[in-house]
Write a protein that binds this ligand. Sequence first.
Ligand code: HEM
Length: 122
Amino acid sequence: MAPRFAPKEPVVLDPPKEEVFTFTELAQYNGVEHPSIYVAVKGIVFDVTKKAEVYGPGKSYSVFAGKDGSRGLAKSSLKLEDAVPQIDGLTDSELVVLDDWFSYFSQRYNVMGTIADSMAKI
Ligand code: HEM
């Protein structure tokens, strides 16, 4: 049986890169300052540039571009104030949703590195 959240077509990913980003550095990768778009989930930075049609400036999920928006992913929220890495106070089911999103991104996008700030780690 196909794993949950598997893409319809298999995605061949590069070996994970090990660059360490500060939040300030990550913020450059929002499709404005830099043409590449990165989204971090649970402190792991993914290159989502191939989906610029949803993460690009003004697009539906641009709130996550250049950020670790783990809280918003967990809460199914697109609010700006939820697009933050802090996961304190989330319910067990929200944490499951976050893990599901981590699987989703892991199966589709190349890993560019991690976030330096320990607050982003889980
Ligand atoms: C009316 C509400 C919504 C609709 C109709 C909708 C619809 C969709 C659709 C059709 C996709 C594409 C799935 C695919 O490519 O297989 C998608 C992806 C996604 N949605 Fe939503 N969505 C909604 C709300 C939300 C909310 C509230 C969030 C906040 C977490 C969210 C986050 C995402 C994310 C992160 C993706 C993955 C994009 C990617 O990297 O491929 N969506 N959504």
